[in-house]
Design a protein around this ligand. Structure first.
Ligand code: AMP
Ligand code: GLY
Length: 414
């Protein structure tokens, strides 16, 4: 099977490794890819916002499957254009990707599907915003309705700040604050059947102790030894399956990866948000643990053949730590030379924001690398990831030192 993977981040590097490891994948192409991916797949430069270029490349290469990594091309409808050209694609249609593209739409579908989530108001005027803020009280949760590259959500106890953010959005969802640990749980869907993956936890804040600004994610780990033992089954029954059934009933089946961001509150699981693609950096801990051949799995999803599938997982733990560029997330600096890669058993270094300049590897994004360690427990996985990342040098770069720390301590205590 020839596969074209679209994207260029750490998530795509990890997916590429997984696809390549499946013997069914005979040729792997990535567009645009990055220097890490180029070590094992053929990369093709293009703009991921250019649907026509993606379709043209898929046709030229005569691929059997396209896997779309990031949300932007999905929300732009690239999957519809590929399907119209008779190419199998793992990724939702434009209509189904609205689960990520519009917070208001996701709330409507959750309501119709009976999926538990925060109470919310969708507002388009100052009057509506004021009423909603008063209805919930602090801390306020204010979400831009549309895609905002990770900058759309403000959680604050400062009413003025909440109001200012709400007024800056065209349409805004204001919702109840959900208290409790956050979990990312993904399902792979063929439009009617959805297979849950294992849970992971992401660290969204830039600095240790969950301080600093929100980011795309500074690290992740899986499994979650502290999570309820029925979390996968419960999320499948109460969240993933009803969403897939509701999307199918609306005539817009969801084919691809449905990402449920959950809060485990005292009143039970609540959905914080959906995404329409694999999470980054959660993918960098899930793929190294997944034993089921990935290319076959995603092809079966793309072609409506998931029924009866179960996933096989390694018992090992994985921890990934993001190396971020100086100034991330507000104003990341690019162009610094990266060095200090060493080869350590059970460590994978996934490229996220890197490029070649002359002979050197340089940074070209906010999240530069994701370093994953795999070990028999979280402590061993953490030690490996931190040993590897501490040897890498990039002027001004930083990383969190507490990824999976509490969970590894609690695991040892059990
Ligand atoms: P998002 O950009 O949608 O991933 O949201 C960013 C972060 O905002 C989430 O990971 C949560 O930590 C936080 N958040 C979003 N919605 C809520 C909520 N209703 N209650 C508490 N925190 C929230
Ligand atoms: N890890 C958060 C995201 O992928 O949106």
């Amino acid at each position: 099977m020839k596969i074209l993977l679209v994207g260029s981040g750490g998530r795509e590097h990890a997916l590429g490794v997984g696809l390549q490891a499946d013997p069914a994948c005979t040729e792997l192409h990535v567009a645009p890819g990055n220097p890490g991916i180029a070590q094992f797949a053929q990369c093709h430069p293009l703009l991921i916002t250019d649907n026509a270029a993606i379709v043209e490349l898929a046709k030229k290469l005569q691929v059997d499957l396209v896997v779309v990594g990031p949300e932007v091309p999905l929300v732009n409808g690239v999957a519809d254009e590929l399907r119209a050209a008779n190419i199998a694609v793992f990724g939702p249609s434009k209509a189904a990707a609205q689960l990520e593209g519009s917070k208001h739409f996701a709330k409507e579908v959750m309501r119709d599907a009976g999926v538990p989530t925060a109470h919310s108001f969708t507002c388009t005027s100052k009057e509506e915003i004021e009423i909603a803020l008063d209805a919930f009280d602090a801390p306020y949760v204010v979400k831009d309705d549309g895609l905002a590259a990770g900058k759309g959500v403000v959680v604050t106890s400062n009413r003025q700040e909440a109001l200012d953010h709400a007024l800056a959005c065209k349409r805004v969802v204001i919702e109840e604050f959900l208290d409790g640990p956050e979990v990312s749980l993904f399902g792979i869907s063929d439009g009617t059947t959805i297979i849950p993956m294992q849970p992971a936890q992401d660290f969204k804040r830039a600095l240790d102790g969950d301080a600093g600004p929100n980011t795309g994610g500074m690290g992740a780990y899986s499994p979650l030894p502290w999570a309820p033992s029925d979390i996968i089954e419960d999320t499948h029954t109460r969240v993933l399956a009803p969403m897939i059934a509701e999307m199918a009933a609306r005539g817009t089946p969801f084919v691809g990866l449905l990402y449920a961001g959950l809060a485990l509150t005292d009143h039970g699981t609540r959905v914080i948000e959906f995404n329409a693609r694999f999470g980054d950096p959660e993918t960098q801990v899930l793929i190294p643990r997944l034993k089921t051949p990935l290319a076959t799995l995603l092809y079966n999803a793309a072609t409506g053949n998931l029924s009866g599938t179960t996933l096989e997982w390694s018992d090992e733990s994985a921890v990934t730590v993001v190396l971020a560029a100086q100034g991330y997330p507000a104003a990341p600096q690019s162009g610094g030379v990266i060095s200090g890669f060493s080869s350590i058993n059970n460590v994978s270094i996934f490229h996220a924001g890197t490029s070649h300049k002359d002979e050197a590897l340089v940074s070209s994004g906010g999240r530069v690398l994701t370093v994953t360690g795999v070990g028999e427990d979280l402590t061993e996985a953490r030690n490996l990831a931190y040993r590897a990342i501490s040897q890498i040098s990039l002027a001004g770069s930083f990383y969190r030192t507490d990824i999976a720390l509490n969970a590894s301590v609690a695991e040892k205590g059990n």
